[in-house]
Design a protein around this ligand. Structure first.
Ligand code: PLP
Length: 486
C-alpha cells in the first residue's frame, strides 16, 4: 500500500471523538465515587500491557480510546474521588477542564506578548482579579511596581523567588559571575523544618547549597519559631555570611501550620541587610477567598513574593500556580535574557509584558484560560461556598476524633486538615492507615509530627460531602476496633 498524503484526524472525526471523550469524562465523575480510590496495580503491571514497539502505522481512534479503559484506568489513583483525603487535594472542575481543552485547542505558546496578546493580557488581568479575590496587598497588582504571573508549580515559584533574591543581594553580580560563595561570602537561606521540600530543592538549583539553608525549628503548633530564626540570622551575620532569603509557609504540608508572618516580616525588616521574604501558601492561600480566613494574609504588605496553587484547592486542574512579586524588575532582572529573535517593538516600548522573563522556561501554556473560566463560573460566592463546606466537614471530623477515646489529635485542625493518631502508638496507627487504604473505599496519607506516625485527613474534593467523611471515619474506627480486639 502506498503511503497516504495526509494522516491527520479529520475535523468530522474530531467532532465525533471529541464528544465521546467529553461524555467519557462526564461519566467518570458520575462513577468515580464507587471505584477503588487507590490504584490496585503492582509496579510494572501497566507497562506489561503495552507493546514493546511503537506503532508502525496509525491506529483507529476507537482502538486507542478503548485502551484507556483497558490499560490506563487500572493504574489510576482517583484524585477526583470524593473519598480522596490524601496529601493535599488537586481538585478540578468542569469549567477548568473546558478551559484546558480550549487552551489545547488554540495551541498557542504565549512566550511573548506578540505570540498571542490575549494569553498575556488575560493572564495579567486574571492575576489582578485573583489578588483582589484573595485580599492580597496592592503591591502585587499589575498597576504597581509588582505583579503576578502563572507558574506551573509552587516549586518553580520558589526557584524564581530565590533567583531574584540572589541577584538583588549581589547587585546583579551573581548572574554575571555565578555564585562564588567564597568570593561573595556565603549566601544563606532560612525556612522552617516543616516547610516543603521544594525550598531546599530551590537552594540546590540556585547554587546556594544544602549547607547554606537553615531549617529553623518550630513551636508546638509546628509554626516557625521567630526567636530561633533571629538567632540563626544573627549567628550568620556575625560569621560574615549573608542572609538573603527567608521562606515563610502559610499552611505547611504536614499539618497546615501557619508561620507567624507579621513577626517574621518585622524581623527581616529590622535586621537591615537585604533579605527577600517569600511566602509559600500553596494550599491554604485558596481559603482567603473567604473573608473569615483572611488572617492568613496578615503581614503580606512586607513580603517580596507570594504564591499559592489554584491547582490544589481552587477547582483548577493541575498545573496552575499564582506567583506574585512586589518588584517585577527584580524578577525580570534575574531571568530576562535578550535575543534578537525574541525582540518585539511592543516589549521594547514598554507597552507589553513578555512573561518569558518571569519564569524558568521560555515557552508557556495558556493557563489563564482555565482560571478565567473557573473564576467566572463560580464567582467569589461559589468558591467561598465550597471552601467553607470543606472546612466545616473537617471541623466535624476533628470533633469525632476528639470525642473518641482511642484517638489523639496531634494538633488542633487547621482549615481543612486534621492530623491524628491512635493512642496505642505508631504501629497501630500505621496498620489502620494501610488497612483502610487497602479497601479502596478511601485514601488518606501520613506524616510524622512530634515524632509520632500521623494520619492526615484533608477535605478538599470537588464532590466530597458529609456522607463521605462519615464513611471514612466509620471505616477508621471499625478498623481500629478490629485491631484492638486482635
Ligand atoms: N508548598 C507546599 C506548602 C506544599 O504543600 C506543596 C505541595 O503539596 C508544595 C509547595 C509543592 O507544590 P507544587 O507541586 O506546586 O510544586
Amino acid at each position: 500500500m502506498s503511503p497516504r498524503n495526509d494522516y491527520h484526524m479529520t475535523a468530522a472525526e474530531f467532532r465525533k471523538f471529541g464528544r465521546e471523550v467529553v461524555d467519557w469524562i462526564a461519566d467518570y465523575y458520575e462513577w468515580v465515587e464507587s471505584g477503588s480510590v487507590l490504584s490496585q496495580v503492582e509496579p510494572g503491571d501497566i507497562r506489561a500491557m503495552l507493546p514493546n514497539d511503537p506503532p508502525a502505522v496509525g491506529e483507529d481512534f476507537e482502538d486507542i480510546f478503548s485502551d484507556i479503559d483497558r490499560i490506563v484506568m487500572p493504574g489510576i489513583t482517583h484524585w477526583q474521588s470524593p473519598n480522596f483525603f490524601a496529601y493535599f487535594p488537586s481538585n478540578t472542575s468542569f469549567p477548568s477542564i473546558l478551559g484546558e481543552m480550549m487552551a489545547a485547542g488554540l495551541g498557542v505558546q504565549g512566550m511573548v506578548w506578540k505570540t498571542s496578546p490575549a494569553a498575556t493580557e488575560l493572564e495579567t488581568h486574571v492575576l489582578d482579579w485573583m489578588a483582589k479575590l484573595l485580599g492580597l496587598p496592592g503591591r502585587f497588582l499589575s498597576s504597581s511596581a509588582g505583579g503576578g504571573v502563572i507558574q506551573d508549580t509552587a516549586s518553580s515559584a520558589v526557584v524564581c523567588a530565590m533567583l531574584a533574591a540572589r541577584e538583588r543581594v549581589t547587585n546583579g553580580q551573581s548572574n554575571r559571575h555565578g555564585v562564588d560563595q567564597s568570593a561573595t561570602g556565603a549566601l544563606v537561606a532560612y525556612t522552617s523544618n516543616q516547610s516543603h521540600s521544594s525550598v531546599e530543592k530551590a537552594a540546590r538549583i540556585v547554587g546556594i547549597g544544602d549547607m547554606n539553608i537553615r531549617l529553623i525549628d518550630v513551636d508546638d503548633g509546628f509554626a516557625m519559631r521567630v526567636e530561633s530564626l533571629e538567632n540563626a540570622i544573627k549567628q550568620d551575620l556575625a560569621a560574615g555570611r549573608i542572609p538573603f532569603f527567608v521562606c515563610a509557609t502559610m499552611g505547611t504540608t504536614s499539618s497546615l501550620a501557619m508561620d507567624p508572618l507579621v513577626e517574621i516580616g518585622n524581623l527581616c525588616g529590622n535586621l537591615g541587610g537585604d533579605i527577600w521574604l517569600h511566602v509559600d501558601a500553596a494550599m491554604a492561600g485558596a481559603a482567603t477567598v473567604c473573608e473569615e480566613f483572611r488572617s492568613i494574609n496578615e503581614g503580606l504588605e512586607k513580603v517580596d513574593s507570594y504564591c499559592f496553587n489554584p491547582h490544589k484547592w481552587l477547582f483548577t486542574n493541575f498545573d496552575c500556580n499564582c506567583f506574585y512579586v512586589a518588584d517585577r524588575q527584580a524578577l525580570t532582572g534575574a531571568l530576562g535574557i535578550q535575543r534578537e529573535y525574541l525582540r518585539t517593538a511592543e516589549y521594547e516600548s514598554g507597552a507589553a509584558i513578555d512573561y518569558r522573563d518571569w519564569q524558568i522556561p521560555l515557552g508557556r501554556r495558556f493557563r489563564s484560560l482555565k482560571l478565567w473560566f473557573v473564576l467566572r463560573h463560580y464567582g467569589a460566592e461559589g468558591l467561598a461556598h465550597h471552601i467553607r463546606e470543606h472546612v466545616e466537614l473537617a471541623k466535624q471530623f476533628e470533633q469525632w476524633v476528639d470525642d473518641h477515646s482511642d484517638f489523639d489529635l496531634i494538633v488542633p485542625r487547621s482549615l481543612n486538615t486534621v492530623c491524628f493518631c491512635h493512642r496505642l502508638g505508631d504501629s497501630i496507627t500505621e496498620r489502620i492507615l494501610e488497612s483502610v487504604n487497602s479497601t479502596g473505599r478511601m485514601y488518606v496519607s501520613h506524616t510524622k509530627l512530634a515524632d509520632r506516625y500521623t494520619i492526615r485527613m484533608v477535605v478538599g474534593g470537588r464532590d466530597t460531602k458529609l456522607r463521605h467523611v462519615e464513611q471514612a471515619w466509620s471505616l477508621i474506627t471499625q478498623t481500629a476496633e478490629e485491631m484492638d480486639s486482635e
